[in-house]
Design a protein around this ligand. Structure first.
Ligand SMILES: NC(=O)c1ccc[n+]([C@@H]2O[C@H](COP(=O)([O-])OP(=O)(O)OC[C@H]3O[C@@H](n4cnc5c(N)ncnc54)[C@H](O)[C@@H]3O)[C@@H](O)[C@H]2O)c1
Length: 277
């Protein structure tokens, strides 16, 4: 259930499953007028868009789906053009596409091919999508929201949220390309926030530790020690649920967060405060 309310049109990239799908569904539930579900997996986004119709709370809610390859400039532009044409404006853009490393190997065994692949899909994608979406956001009218006893609040022209990771701030063994890609998202997020501050476009990142998605299932198959580690190190002995990440995204796009930009919401299950023995 969405804890914060929003009222505009959203694009969610990487929305066929895992975190992105849940973000799209939560935006529909939180009052979005429309959500475009985009992913390289077209079947997945078509199903997600259909499912969102049953839980959307805005009258006349519209769900769209599109196939996008986030490393292809033309494909990204077509996705943004579709949203701008069908919705008339884009208020929220959530970048949730991502991949893990091909092999868990030390630094010197990492191949340049895997380094490029992971950096392209996890980081360059955010550059390409952001570059295209801010052009739409800059040219649309700012919005306002009536917050009742708090009065009318300016919401600006748009809000971008990048799904990063706690690995934006630290490393784990044998994941050089992934770690590098997530550190770089901090730079992209801050650069975007600064360049568009005066245009009323905000950009933030959400940085979770383990989240219960197909990516974690796959990691746990390849590294069988991971579930035990999660049980040992997290306060509730479980990974983060995708809806907990989605709620952070809705919050960052809500009227309550209009003064937050270039920032990070860290969902770390308390790990960054240190280890207890
Ligand atoms: N699951 C975790 O434990 C965890 C923890 C921290 C951060 N993250 C990050 O969250 C984001 C989402 O991950 P997830 O766990 O939901 O994984 P997931 O594998 O369930 O979803 C990733 C989505 O990205 C899509 N995608 C991959 N390549 C693409 C491309 N070229 N073009 C378009 N779409 C593409 C996939 O089809 C998939 O639907 C990733 O950036 C990941 O690094 C995940």
């Amino acid at each position: 259930m969405a804890q914060f309310q929003i009222s505009g049109f959203a694009i969610v990239v990487g929305a066929a499953g895992g975190i992105g799908k849940e973000v799209g569904l939560t935006f529909a539930e939180a009052g979005a007028k429309g959500v475009l579900f985009a992913d390289i997996n077209y079947e997945g986004v078509t199903e997600a868009a259909e499912a969102s119709k049953a839980i959307a709370t805005s009258p006349n809610y519209r769900a769209l789906s599109v196939k996008v390859d986030v490393v292809d400039v033309n494909s990204v532009q077509e996705m943004i053009d579709l949203a701008a044409k069908e919705f008339g404006r884009i208020d929220y853009c959530i970048n949730a596409a991502g991949v893990d490393v091909a092999e868990y190997v030390p630094f010197d065994e990492t191949t340049p091919e895997d380094y490029d692949r992971v950096l392209d899909i996890n980081t360059k994608n955010i550059f390409l999508v952001t570059k295209a979406v801010v052009k739409v956001m800059q040219n649309q009218q700012p919005t306002q929201n009536n917050l009742g006893r708090h009065g009318i609040r300016d919401l600006g022209r748009g809000s971008i949220v990048n799904i990063s990771s706690v690995m934006a701030f630290g490393a784990v063994p044998h994941k050089l390309p992934y770690t590098t890609s997530k550190h770089a998202i901090t730079g992209i997020t801050r650069a975007c926030a600064l360049d568009y501050k005066l245009a009323g476009i905000r950009c933030n990142q959400v940085c979770p530790i383990w989240v219960k998605t197909p990516m974690l299932v796959e990691e746990s198959k390849r590294l069988p020690g991971v579930p035990g580690l999660i049980e040992k190190l997290t306060p509730f002995k479980r990974p983060i649920e995708p809806d907990e990440v989605a709620s952070a995204c809705v919050y960052l796009c809500s009227p309550s967060a209009v003064n937050i930009s270039g920032s990070s919401v860290i969902l770390d299950s308390g790990l960054m405060s240190g280890f207890s023995l």
